[in-house]
Design a protein around this ligand. Structure first.
Ligand code: ADP
Ligand code: ZN
Length: 608
């Protein structure tokens, strides 16, 4: 069967997404591949489809044992022979899995990197035909990435113990060029086919807010998004506790997650979230890797995270299924100091020498400043991030808090010329002013402290402009680097300012919309063309099935699939198979239950 045939029959999808087919075809030609694709792009399909087509077995290395079982359940729900070897298995199950593996019944074996270095696992692997090794979250192998895991360094030695080198397929959502180079080296990829699909996530709405009362703002947001699932990230364990308590007090089912809890509670809370028993999880950054819950509608950062890489990764856990979702960051300048403190006191990794550690720290501080500029900058948030990750993107995305409140670029060339020449003349008189004093001079208001400024030719040249607008332009010129602020907030001209006049450059500045639009992207997003009543009935049916089978609801069918069902209203097997996300096995298992709901809804049978 072709790759496309497998995609349809096993996963129920009609076509490949951007990049998937190419990666798969290179794997099938036994070439190593390295895929850098944003969360939700569909990395799993890129190795799951070829794993079913190659002879032998694929070993999938993934960072978190506790979540592997979910991934494996999702595959099993599609009738795919996948298993997971982890430390939580009792001896009987472990042996049962091993004998299935030895009988050649298993196509995909999920395991954590720690296991690779155990002699018993190496002995097992040597006896098998391992055709591919897949590494998920591969950036963890590099200490330049944001979540270095020493256990990932076990991978290459493990590959070398195998009698025949399998093809390597490795994936991540974030990798700077430096990290990507490290991955290639540390895993010894053989002339890999590298593919980056771009980092943009169109369905995500990005927003930065500075609420005076964060808790109040959070409660309001959560209440205005009833029935929606979300993650709230906090910077400390203490804050996680506090925020969870407040949410619960307000009657909102939320659970907490941080490294200070017992394993049992952490696992329990994570499952409550995945199985939709709690619609919110409040967590430190310890939460999230390997979570592939597709229907998370919002990710709120209660504090500014330490760098944009972490932010984009954490925020990216919203809207994996492609539905509109919101990523909101509550910014407060106190977050900077906390992050600086955390960088200064970050855990000492014994594998890193003092010099490297210093270098890492400097890098971390630089990254923190980039993060801060994201929060305070005057540009499209999406543009800022994508530009940082090396992607090209339009300067206006129309789907972030900046673009929603700023309509157009206003030409400020003339104003800029006037401001620069005014400062220039002031400096000639040895006068150094701050922004509000300069504004006064530009608008023709005499300064008590510097009466001589009134005699300048540039005094009052911006009379027609309001004080507020004038200050905004000056602030903008500082942010573009034409001017800078020195001691006592006094304004100075930079070299760029001289060039601006000399080369007759032009400049535009984003201006605020008169009436800002309401800030919500997914609040009440009932999809157009979807019968909401039928959708809710299908959701109920899904919940019943999921409960019976002890599966997370999204493993049965995702919201996207239920929406397609609403659109197509299938009542025959053929029609049901045409729904996106329905493969052969799911048709057999769930077809009747869901088609009954649709039949009853479209032509209700009378029971009397
Ligand atoms: P990633 O690992 O890149 O974050 P996933 O592999 O979890 O993304 O895929 C995200 C979602 O997209 C999943 O629900 C998956 O089933 C779905 N998906 C993947 N590939 C396709 C495709 N070709 N067509 C439709 N849906 C797809
Ligand atoms: Zn934007």
């Amino acid at each position: 069967m072709t790759a496309l045939g497998i995609l349809k029959q096993c996963f129920g999808y009609d076509s490949f997404r951007n990049g998937q087919a190419e990666l798969i075809s290179h794997i099938l030609q036994r070439q190593d591949v390295f895929g850098i694709m944003p969360t939700g792009a569909g990395k799993s399909i890129c190795y799951q489809v070829p794993a079913l087509m190659l002879g032998g077995m694929t070993i999938v290395i993934s960072p978190l044992i506790s979540l592997m079982q979910n991934q494996v359940s999702a595959l099993q729900a599609n009738g795919i022979p996948a298993v997971c070897l982890n430390s939580m298995l009792d001896e009987t199950s472990y042996k049962a899995i091993l004998s299935r593996i030895y009988r050649g019944e298993v196509k995909m074996l999920y395991t954590a990197p720690e296991r690779l270095s155990t002699p018993s696992f190496q002995r097992i692997a040597k006896k098998l035909h391992v055709s591919m090794i897949t590494v998920d979250e591969v950036h963890c192998v590099s200490q330049w990435g944001q979540d270095f895991r020493p256990s990932y360094l076990n991978i290459l030695p493990f590959v070398k113990t195998l009698p025949q080198r399998p093809v390597l397929s490795v994936f991540t959502a974030t990798a700077t060029p430096e990290v990507a180079e490290d991955v290639r080296k540390l895993l010894d990829l053989h002339e890999p086919f590298c593919l980056t699909t771009g980092f943009n996530r169109e369905n995500l709405y990005f927003s930065v807010r500075q609420p005076r009362d964060k808790l109040q703002a959070l409660l309001e947001f959560v209440k205005s998004h009833p029935d929606k699932t979300g993650i709230v990230y906090c910077i400390s364990r203490r804050l996680v506790e506090q925020v969870t308590d407040e949410l619960n007090r307000a009657g909102i089912p939320a659970v907490r997650y941080h490294a200070g809890l017992t394993d049992t509670e952490r696992r329990q809370n994570q499952e409550d979230f995945i199985y939709d028993r709690a619609r919110l999880i409040v967590a430190t950054n310890a939460f999230g890797m390997g979570i592939d819950k597709p229907d998370v509608s919002f990710v709120i950062h209660y504090n500014m995270p330490k760098n944009l890489e972490s932010y984009y990764q954490e925020a990216g856990r919203a809207g994996r299924d492609g539905s509109p979702a919101e990523c909101i960051l509550f910014y407060d300048s106190a977050d900077i100091r906390i992050n600086e403190f955390l960088i200064e006191n970050s855990g000492e990794n014994p594998q890193i020498d003092v010099k490297t550690r210093e270098k890492l720290r400097r890098k971390e501080k630089q990254r923190l400043r980039t993060m801060q500029n994201y929060c305070t900058g005057a540009s499209c948030l999406r543009y800022y991030m994508l530009d940082y990750f090396g992607d090209t993107s339009p300067k206006y995305c129309g789907n972030c808090s900046f673009c929603r409140t700023h309509s157009e670029m206003k030409d400020i060339t003339q104003e800029t010329q006037k401001i620069i020449s005014c400062i220039y003349h002031l400096h000639e008189q040895n006068l150094h002013l701050n922004a509000s004093e300069l504004t006064a001079v530009l608008r023709g208001k005499a300064l008590k402290k510097h009466p001589e400024a009134s005699a300048l030719s540039t005094y009052g040249i911006m009379k027609s402009i309001s004080e507020k607008a004038c200050l905004e332009i000056i602030t903008y010129l500082v942010s573009t680097g034409l001017l800078s602020l020195k001691e006592q907030n006094l304004l100075h001209l930079n070299r760029k300012a001289g060039l601006f006049l000399k080369e007759q450059q032009t400049l535009s500045m984003p201006v605020k919309k008169a009436i800002p639009t309401a800030e919500t992207a997914s609040g009440k997003n009932h999809s157009p063309g979807i019968d909401e009543t039928l959708f809710q009935l299908l959701v109920q049916c899904r919940n019943t099935v999921a409960k019976k089978e002890h599966l997370p609801a999204y493993v049965v069918f995702t919201d996207m699939t239920l929406r397609d069902m609403c659109r197509k209203q299938p009542v025959s097997d053929m029609a049901f198979l045409s729904v996106s996300g329905v493969g052969r096995v799911k048709l057999e298992k769930y077809g009747d239950a869901f088609m009954n709901v649709i039949r009853n809804y479209t032509s209700p049978v009378r029971k009397d």
